[in-house]
Design a binder for this molecule. Structure first.
Ligand code: MLT
Length: 250
C-alpha cells in the first residue's frame, strides 16, 4: 500500500485536505503549533483552539480556572493570561490546566481542518514523533497525509515550508508517494537543515517577531525533535495523543 503525502500552503486549504479524507498535520512553526506542542509537553491538560478573541473570552466565562492565551499582531491581547510565546508555557504556569488559545493563523488552520478524520499538530520540535504517528495511522486506515502550513496572515511562510519538509524527511522511505509540493518542501529542508536557525531567522515572520523582541521564540522553535509529544485535535479540544509506537518520553 502506498501513502500519498501532500503539503498545502495556507490555513484555508486544510478544508480541501479534510475533504480528500486525509490525515491532516497542522503546522505553524512561528509560533502557534510550537506553543501547543510545548504546552502539552509541559503538562497542560488540554487546549481549546478558537477563532476570535470574543469566543475565547466567552469560553472562559464560567470557567475561571481556564487559561486565556494567544496573540493578535504577535502580542498578548488585553486581559489574557498568556501570549503566544512557547517559552511562557512552563510547567509551573500550565501543568494540569486547560488553555483557550486564539492566534491569527494557527488556530484558524486547526478550525479549517475540522472534518478531517485525524488532525495532528506538528512543528520542528516534534517533527519525528508526528511523522511516525501520522504514518502509522495512515497505514492502518489506508488514507493519505496532508501537512497544512498555517502561513502568515494568509500568505505562504518559509518556516512552515521547511518544517513540512522536515516532517516529510522523517517518514519511512519506500511506500510513500510525494506530491510536487511535498517533494519541494523536502528539497528545501535538505538545503536548510544544517543551517536551520540562520535560514529561519530570515523569514518575513521571523523578522517581525525579532522587531517585537521575540527572537528567543524563534531559536526555541528551531530545535528539531526536542519533544516526543504528538498533539491530537478532535475538532473541540487538543490533547496529547497516546501513540505508543516508540514515542515514549516528552
Ligand atoms: C499565528 O497563529 O498567526 C502565529 O502563531 C502568530 C505568532 O507568531 O504569534
Amino acid at each position: 500500500m502506498v501513502i500519498n503525502v501532500d503539503v498545502e500552503f495556507l490555513a484555508r486549504d486544510a478544508a480541501r485536505a479534510a475533504r480528500r479524507g486525509d490525515l491532516v498535520i497542522v503546522i505553524d512553526v512561528l509560533r502557534c503549533s510550537s506553543t501547543i506542542v510545548t504546552a502539552l509537553a509541559n503538562g497542560a491538560k488540554a487546549i481549546i483552539p478558537v477563532k476570535t478573541l470574543k469566543e475565547a473570552r466567552r469560553e472562559r466565562l464560567n470557567k475561571p480556572d481556564y487559561i486565556l492565551a494567544g496573540e493578535r499582531g504577535g502580542l498578548k491581547p488585553r486581559g489574557f493570561d498568556l501570549g503566544n510565546s512557547p517559552l511562557e508555557y512552563t510547567s509551573e504556569r500550565i501543568s494540569g490546566k486547560v488553555i483557550v488559545l486564539t492566534t491569527t493563523s494557527g488556530t484558524r488552520a486547526l478550525i479549517y481542518s475540522r472534518g478531517a478524520r485525524w488532525i495532528l499538530v506538528g512543528s520542528l520540535l516534534n517533527a519525528e514523533a508526528v511523522a511516525r504517528a501520522a504514518y502509522s495511522i495512515a497505514r492502518s486506515e489506508d488514507i493519505g497525509v496532508t501537512i497544512v502550513q498555517s502561513g502568515t496572515n494568509g500568505r505562504f511562510s518559509l518556516e512552515d515550508f521547511i518544517c513540512a519538509g522536515a516532517i516529510v524527511s522523517k517518514l519511512p522511505e519506500g511506500n510513500i508517494k510525494l506530491s510536487d509540493s511535498a517533494q519541494a518542501s523536502l528539497l528545501a529542508f535538505r538545503y536548510a537543515k544544517n543551517n536551520l536557525r540562520a535560514i529561519l531567522m530570515e523569514s518575513a515572520h521571523s523578522r517581525r517577531l525579532i522587531d517585537l523582541g521575540f527572537s528567543r521564540d524563534i531559536e526555541f522553535s528551531c530545535q528539531m525533535d526536542y519533544f516526543r509529544v504528538v498533539p491530537i485535535y478532535d475538532g473541540n479540544v487538543i490533547v496529547r495523543g497516546d501513540f505508543r509506537a516508540g514515542l515514549e518520553g516528552t
